[in-house]
Write a new protein. Sequence first.
Length: 392
Amino acid sequence: MPIKTTLDNVNQTQDGPWTCYDAVVTAREIATLRRTGFIRVDDERQRGRDSVSAKPVIKQEKIERWSQQLIDGDAVLGQLTWNFRPEESHLSFDPANRTLEVAGGATLPDSRHRHDAIVLAVDSAARGSDFDVDRMFSVRIFNVSADDEPRIFYAYNQEGEKADPTRSKWLHPSVATQRFAAELVRRSPHLKDNVDTIRDRMSKRNPRLCAFNTMSKAFEDSWVDVDLGSDDAFEANLEWMLAYWDTLVGVLPELQRLDITRRTLVRETSVADSAIAIHGYINLARHLRAAEAPLTMLERLAEPVKLDGLDVPFFSRQNPEWQTRGVLVSAVKRNGARVLNVRNANQSRRAIAEAMSEKVGLDEGAYGADRLNSREIAMSQPVDAEAVSLPS
């Protein structure tokens, strides 16, 4: 006999070409229906199974993260999705009483991770957590064939255009390094209004230095093991970083706020304001901080290099070191003209960081990334006034 149940307070709606039903169910009910198989996953019409292990493709860390957020009371999960296939189940809606009688089982064309997170949260309540098992969740119920489910999955996972990481991280920095980057941008007079907090891709008409995701990602990559957990450590490191960036802009004025004419000229003639250079500066900051080195070392970044007997700025695109290190690569435009483009890849980020390290005179043995993780770095000390003295 197929399972029968009745849902109350249901609204008839429409999504795409289909009539749908919006209902509200409790976490306890979701967990029970999931365990009994009333709602199930058809992997062939969801994320599939791993081609090697044959296990369902799921992100367990996402399930556990959402489950903890549910327990903490701050999870934002949105609407859940069920489908009762006409070939396997039956629906009967009473508009007068707003009840939906269902017979059979439902599949999950979307929201599998959210369902599993709810089940984990319900289980935690049995072990003594504060999760409210009567918390209500909104469910959109479809009544379409199995062949239509992939369209729902695609629409919910691909067609809805997500905000750029720049915008998402700026509005809600979720880890300490993202919060650190955001505070640096807010407090630095050189970065405030000079970092794009809307989009990842910088248009040619945008005079700003970089996108926030570039700066945030640089801290996520280079400062992940820095103590930013306590308020004191966070503030101490932030004060040091503000002094670092102030010194850096004094040495490299192309990093300050510029009008579009000057910004365009810098982009065409230098790699100093490129995205990989931003990664390099933040990587360099992390090592200077670890070594307790004076910020006056940054002045060496302004020292030119010799090219055919002439002085050329270190970050100039004419400096052959950038091609040698793979930072600049040759490309051909549609009109046949040959140009040098910045190669935005992990290897080139490391290359420019190493070049900066060598330029300022940091010990290469201490800087090497392979040895870096094994070092004990205490980076929560107050700022040393002598170590961060600014150039006159």
